[in-house]
Design a protein around this ligand. Sequence first.
Ligand code: EPU
Length: 428
Amino acid sequence: MEKLKIEGGRPLSGTIKVSGAKNSAVALIPATILADTPTVIEGLPDISDVQTLKELLEEIGGDVSFDDGEMYVNPENMVAMPLPNGRVKKLRASYYLMGAMLGKFKKAAIGLPGGCHLGPRPIDQHIKGFEALGAKVTNEQGALYLRADELTGARIYLDVVSVGATINIMLAAVRAKGQTIIENAAKEPEIIDVATLLTNMGAKIKGAGTNVIRIDGVDELKGTRHTIIPDRIEAGTYMILGAAAGHGVTIENVIPLHMESLIAKMREMGVPIEVGDEEIHIGKADTLQSIDIKTLVYPGFPTDLQQPMTSLMTKIQGTAMVTDTIYSARFKHIDELKRMNANIKTEGRSAIVYGPSNLQGARVKASDLRAGAALVIAGLMADGITEVTGLEHIDRGYSDLIEKLTGLGANIWREAMTEEELEQVKNA
Ligand code: EPU
């Protein structure tokens, strides 16, 4: 096992290129199951979640290759193989195999998903959708078994606005008989990306990106070629990092429209930002004003950027409050930031940041993906050396992190963990 070491305090500058969106990738790859002929997806990020999904498609009989961001999937020999254990537990998004396999084979058996621990993350709305389409869903020893004689379109109102449930129901409904209407659907850009792929395969989907999606089922889907959208959370992470430790950082391969809530909040803090067609430049701010943040569903401020933003907020003049309305316990990075001399208090769903603090390098642990991003940013801001363990979380979502940050002038490297550290991880 390895840890990340970061020498803080170096001024970062230059250009950093954003990879394809993780949260699109993890849905687009399962979506290839639904076609009867091969699909190619271009621009995929080189992250462990993509690798795990590739292996899962191979496990069910797919012929898959992945090279230089391009994945080829031939689904012709795929079968409805049960996947109750093993790799499916590694990532939360393995739940998209439920919708895709149910849509294609009318049955699926998938272990309940793993992924980041951010408080309760039920999938009741996914199940409600599958059942409305005619599937029988049972939980047998930690795996969901879905079976349907036939899938029939239905009107489904989501009680909670959920990205995963919206996409999963879309996957299950594209080959169902008749029309499905998803009401109170999520509007995230990743949903539009998946709908674009499915539409190019021959699906009939209207309204993706609004809160009502209409899907007219079709009998068959054909493979296609698709280019994934840029990762707005990775872009946001680097924008925040630019403000935290940069002396002029340009982020390339961005859709600025996807970044509006972050741009607005960072400008409110006093960060100079220039927005181009496909790039965003972050200038250096000498002092940062205090702001409050409340995470909301898209286009509100994304919960996935709340943790990285907290690291930046340790530089503000005054007090700021971060409230996460999406996840009740996405604050595991706070104790680690406190080890680095941050002054932060948590109260229920909120964190109150008292700034400014001079962060100090420390040994810290990434408990989840975006906590990892927050700690990398804090490490770049801090005096001295920061060591981050829990790299497996960061590797799930940030493609070529070390290369990208080294390109900005950061001193960041991986190192094998000592025997003593490995022992501590084992006993934790
Ligand atoms: N929820 C339910 N029931 C459900 C589904 C969701 O109560 O059936 C609740 C959740 O507990 C949560 C809220 O609804 O409180 C929103 O959850 P959502 O379903 O939208 O989240 P998700 O689809 O599981 C995706 C991203 C997350 C991101 C959220 C919110 C993927 C693979 N994951 O998760 O990304 O935080 O949307 O935007 O797309 C990350 O990238 O670090 C990450 C965790």
